[in-house]
Design a protein around this ligand. Structure first.
Ligand code: KIV
Length: 279
């Protein structure tokens, strides 16, 4: 069956026409295959890679080369979903020129369809430069994990009237700079609803309530594969680490007691050939 690749205009049109936009992360071939087969609209190769796959304490140390490597593994298999490559810390905050260079790498080397970067007003000139170079950009405001320490930790953002107004201005600045959509992370639901109302591009919420135009989750969180911590906004749809752990324990037991492998897992050969070896 031929699968139609999602396009930026289709994603934008969903704000008006629905249905709501679904987005999940993937970082490698098997997960990208599962997410794409399920018909998810957008796949984010997030820099959450650093925490849920590479075991780093945060996302700061994720490199461009790591992001390119994993984005390639995803785009190699995805047929329908729009693939967004997440620009890691240090890849777009030096200069607009450097940001365009790195966004080009996502497109040319990793075959991404778009890039995402964190920041509001202060990053609008960078978004403008990347969009001007012909590369679609997804914004990301609210809790921005790359700068979490400057925000006072992994905390809900926009809780005071002043902070909420600043977020609305950030969203408008990103829309004006040319973003095709904006991720809203850890923002009070009524403020996310106001932002969604006030801009013409889709908002994709993560911990931002039900009124966003779409939702995104880290796949390893929602299937219960990352258990270092689970943010409040995550719904766990499965607990696959329990399933995997019990499979591994069963395998160990069967290897130790000799019940694996069985005959059906083994290879035979012609008896006369075997005889010749045994003589
Ligand atoms: O890196 C990531 O997975 C993200 C999502 C949390 C939106 O940026």
């Amino acid at each position: 069956m031929t699968v139609q690749k999602k396009t930026i205009p289709e994603i934008k049109a969903r704000k008006e026409n629905g249905p709501k936009i679904s987005m999940l992360t993937a970082y490698d071939y098997p997960w990208a295959l599962l997410v794409d087969r399920a018909g998810i609209d957008m796949i984010l190769v997030g820099d959450s890679l650093g925490m849920v796959v590479l075991g780093y304490p945060d996302t700061i140390s994720v490199t461009m080369d790591e992001m390119i490597h994993h984005t390639k593994a995803v785009t190699g298999v995805v047929r329908g979903a729009l693939v967004v490559g997440d620009m890691p810390f240090g890849s777009y905050n030096v200069s607009a020129e450097k940001a365009v260079e790195n966004a080009n790498r996502f497109m040319k080397e990793a075959k991404a369809d778009a890039v995402k970067l964190e920041g509001g007003k202060s990053m609008a000139h960078v978004v403008e430069a990347i969009v001007g170079a012909g590369i679609p950009v997804q914004g990301h405001i609210g809790l921005t994990p790359q700068t979490a320490s400057a925000l006072g930790g992994f905390k809900v953002q926009g809780k005071s009237a002043e902070a909420a107004k600043a977020l609305i201005e950030d969203a408008k600045a990103l829309e004006d700079a040319g973003c095709f959509s904006i991720v809203l992370e850890a923002i009070p639901a009524p403020i996310a609803a106001m932002i969604t109302e006030s801009i013409s591009i889709p908002t994709i919420g993560i911990g931002a309530g039900k009124d966003c135009d779409g939702q995104v989750l880290v796949t390893h969180d929602m299937v219960g594969l990352f258990d270092r911590f689970t943010p409040k906004f995550v719904k766990q749809y499965a607990k696959i680490s329990e399933t995997i752990s019990s499979a591994i324990a069963e395998y160990k037991e069967e290897v130790e007691n000799g019940s694996f492998p069985e005959e059906k897992h083994s290879f035979t050969m012609q008896a006369e050939e075997l005889d010749k070896v045994e003589k």
